[in-house]
Design a binder for this molecule. Structure first.
Ligand SMILES: Cc1cc2nc3c(=O)[nH]c(=O)nc-3n(C[C@H](O)[C@H](O)[C@H](O)COP(=O)(O)OP(=O)(O)OC[C@H]3O[C@@H](n4cnc5c(N)ncnc54)[C@H](O)[C@@H]3O)c2cc1C
Length: 431
């Protein structure tokens, strides 16, 4: 992997980054490391307050795959009216959401799925390397635990996962299919009362605290000269000069040489007046974070309950359970059944792990939006409008893809060859 190369003299550009989630922060850092003059505009009063706030934290490149996959439409429809389902539709859906579902269904075709999975995994492996490199070089100290285990409750779960294991083998990912006994040796606190058929263990993957990393990298970016303007909402991009925009409450536009849009879910709205209609929708999910009551009863690292698609992560002295995929509805509404599913899965596997009562002030419930494109991979690269770049649409894997996406975008903006093939990771894919 190439180290950041600093520009000199006339190469130094004045760049605005819109959005201070994990994508905006990593982008700002990489651009500043290249020597550019960077300003980040964020509508909230701090970084990583929206989609990057309390995600599951899983960084498992081999396991990253588009949600548009063969057989998924049938699976989703078949489960719509069951309890504890991984995917729900919150009716009525908007025209944009219906159009997205249609495109998603088309992207479930095997050939499209395989192409998109290869693109995402290429980026994910690169991204994990860059994450490790940054963490080591900058001595960033954030909550993380190595190892990722996929729990298979039954033989049926085990059979259903077989095609994915072939993909892992083909990609050279290090993993082991293990028995229930071996799984319990790796995670000794797994409840013996819940049936476990077996597991898949990925020792090189793991979990890390996305928000903590974002806040630490923000400090490093500031050290490189990045300035952050919080409580500044970009109200309107300039159609004639896309590297200029208006901030809410300000009379005149701000002008830059280049602008990078990293506004997560809000990006589609900002692009529409420029004639760019992105099929980006929010796929909402939930997480529950609680203090660990007794470390002996808690998970050591990250696990995924394959049947319920719920992850359980160890983050320092806390345990985080995350899952649910809700299309439609809003960030403000709460689905009681999705939240119950998180409690159920935690109770099934680690009944004594967490202090769960919110009255004790130590359980935090969060609902976040995954900014999701119908076919899976994000959009990284030129918007096709002079001076406006995109780094958005990272869906369910924004944390795992962030560091690589940012480095690649900085290289593209510099007109340098990227370390990985960026085929299918730009806007051209959607044309
Ligand atoms: C329940 C759940 C679990 C998840 N688990 C994982 C996981 O295990 N691993 C993984 O890799 N990913 C996971 N994700 C996905 C990941 O959290 C997202 O992909 C990622 O956080 C998206 O980052 P972002 O920077 O694009 O968006 P955000 O973090 O939402 O950042 C966008 C920023 O732009 C700002 N903004 C928006 N509009 C404007 C404007 N007009 N002006 C100024 N600022 C603006 C927002 O305030 C926000 O701060 C999960 C997501 C959810 C919901």
């Amino acid at each position: 992997m190439s180290a950041p190369r600093r520009f000199t003299g006339h190469w130094r550009m004045k760049v605005a980054v819109i959005g201070a989630g994990i994508i905006g922060i990593t982008t700002a850092y990489e651009l500043a490391a290249d020597g550019h003059e960077v300003t980040v505009f964020e509508r909230r009063s701090a970084a990583a307050e929206e989609g990057s706030f309390a995600n599951a934290g899983v960084v498992a490149p081999g396991y990253i795959t588009p949600w548009a996959a063969p057989g998924m439409p049938g699976k989703v429809l078949g489960q719509l009216f069951s309890r504890h389902v991984p995917v729900t539709l919150s009716l009525p859906l908007s025209g944009r959401e219906l159009a997205w579902l249609w495109q998603w269904r088309r992207a479930c075709q095997l050939e499209t799925h395989l192409a998109n999975r290869a693109r995402m995994q290429r980026l994910a492996h690169y991204s994990r390397n860059r994450l490790q490199q940054l963490s080591t070089e900058l001595e960033l100290d954030y909550e993380c635990s190595p190892g990722y285990m996929v729990l298979l409750r039954s033989e049926k779960d085990s059979r259903q996962i077989t095609p994915s294991l072939q993909v892992l083998s083909d990609a050279g990912v290090s993993f082991r299919q293990i028995s229930a006994e071996e799984a319990r040796q790796i995670e000794p606190a797994l409840s013996p009362d819940t049936a476990l058929h077996g597991a898949v263990h990925l020792p090189d993957d793991g979990v890390a605290n996305c928000r903590q990393f974002a806040l630490l990298l923000k400090n490093e970016a500031q050290r490189l000269g990045v300035s952050f303007e919080f409580n500044k909402a970009v109200a309107q991009m300039d159609r004639a000069q896309p590297a200029s925009f208006l901030i809410a409450g300000e009379a005149s536009p701000r002008h830059f040489d280049q602008v990078v849009l990293c506004a997560g879910q809000a990006s589609a709205e900002l692009l529409r007046p420029l004639g760019l209609k992105l099929p980006l929708v929010a796929v909402y999910g939930y997480s529950l974070t609680a203090q660990i009551r007794d470390p002996l009863n808690a998970p050591c690292s990250a696990l995924m309950d394959e049947r319920y698609k719920v992850s359980i992560s160890r983050l320092g002295h806390r345990v985080r359970v995350a899952g649910g995929a809700e299309i439609g509805g809003s960030l403000e509404s709460r689905s009681a059944s999705a939240i119950q599913t998180l409690y159920k899965v935690l109770q099934d596997w680690f009944p004594g792990a967490a202090q769960r009562s919110s009255r004790q002030g130590n359980a935090q419930l969060w609902k976040g939006a995954r900014p999701m494109l119908p076919d899976g991979p994000p959009l990284i690269g030129s918007s096709g409008r002079t001076g406006l770049w995109l780094n958005l649409g990272h869906g369910a894997s924004g944390w795992a893809l962030s560091c690589g996406s940012a480095r690649a975008l900085a290289d593209l903006m510099a007109g340098r060859p990227t370390d990985i093939d960026m085929e299918g990771l730009g806007l051209g894919r959607l044309a």
